[in-house]
Design a protein around this ligand. Structure first.
Ligand SMILES: NC(=O)c1ccc[n+]([C@@H]2O[C@H](COP(=O)([O-])OP(=O)(O)OC[C@H]3O[C@@H](n4cnc5c(N)ncnc54)[C@H](O)[C@@H]3O)[C@@H](O)[C@H]2O)c1
Length: 275
């Protein structure tokens, strides 16, 4: 390796930073959204955290502000509500004058075999996971157009790449998100706005799995939760679960100028599960 490169790596010069960039993260009240808000703030961004759970997001935004010694913004907003999403973007811009990075992360799961899946649950999943992404982008884009730059990142899933039994609503919404990302990328390329997605593998240490999915799948398949974990880890050729850091590294990359030539892509961060 050449010595200049070694020196630059040692000095941390190649680490991605986003100083003074304003990032808005939805679904930041727990799980991956919270982790991404923390990583973006640690990279120097000013972060606005939005969630339907106002108390949680206020507590987390306070923690981040304390840790980074920089103000943060906590916004109570339901991504399925046009007015609330408009207000969420307005508040961010009123506070910091711009919006550089939108991370459309809010998402929910409702699993059931087709004939047991209620229409209300199907609609809710599509509403949060797909319409929510549409509304956030719709209200962020005018600000980004005005700036002549911006970056939108949707948190997708391996389930956006292929079918999954008992998860038809989730898969349909995530798959739709990939098409939406491509269409937006085409529509916005001329405005300096890049639109990409990330399709994480299974975040087996996230509250979604620990508090709910392990027990559900174990009951369904009549095996132990530990066996479910082993099966899901084995799905990734790299042999382990996806972590928040795996996803955060991809978010920081896509948000940075190092990804200046990437748009319309959904990046698989699934240990090789999808290729
Ligand atoms: N956990 C995984 O294994 C995994 C894997 C791949 C992709 N993902 C995706 O990552 C994203 C985050 O997942 P997670 O595991 O952190 O989920 P989570 O359930 O832990 O957190 C989701 C957050 O979104 C919020 N939220 C839900 N509905 C909302 C709404 N209408 N408006 C605003 N906020 C709302 C919730 O209050 C919660 O704080 C989702 O899009 C999910 O599909 C998760």
């Amino acid at each position: 390796m050449n010595t200049a490169l070694v020196r630059s790596l040692r000095s941390g010069a190649s680490r991605i930073t986003l100083p003074n960039q304003v990032a808005l993260i939805t679904g930041a009240g727990r799980g991956l959204g919270e982790a991404l808000a923390r990583r973006l703030a640690a990279a120097g961004a000013r972060v606005a955290l939005a969630d339907v759970q106002g108390e949680a997001v206020t507590r987390i935004a306070g923690n981040i502000a304390q840790a980074e010694k920089r103000p943060t913004l906590a916004l109570t907003a339901d991504v399925t509500d046009d007015e609330q999403v408009a207000a969420m973007v307005r508040r961010t811009v009123a506070e910091w004058g711009r919006l550089d990075i939108l991370v459309a992360n809010a998402g929910i799961v409702r699993s059931a075999p087709l004939t047991e899946l209620g229409a209300a649950d199907f609609r809710l999943v599509i509403d949060v996971n797909l319409t929510g992404y549409f509304l956030c982008a719709k209200h962020a884009v005018p600000v980004m157009k005005e700036q002549g730059r911006g970056c939108i990142i949707q948190i997708n899933s391996v389930s956006g790449r292929r079918g999954s039994p008992g998860n038809s609503a989730y898969v349909a919404g995530k798959r739709g998100g990939i098409g939406f990302t491509q269409s937006l990328a085409l529509e916005l390329a001329g405005y300096g706005i890049r639109v990409n997605g990330i399709a994480p593998g299974h975040l087996l240490d996230s509250p979604l799995w620990v508090d709910s999915l392990f027990a559900q799948y174990a009951a369904r398949d009549q095996v132990s939760p530990a066996e479910i974990r082993r099966r899901y880890e084995a799905r990734a050729p790299l042999g382990r679960a996806c972590t928040y850091d795996d996803v955060a590294h991809a978010v920081l990359f896509l948000a940075s100028d190092q990804a200046a030539y990437l748009t319309g892509q959904t990046l698989d961060v699934s240990g090789g599960e999808v290729m």
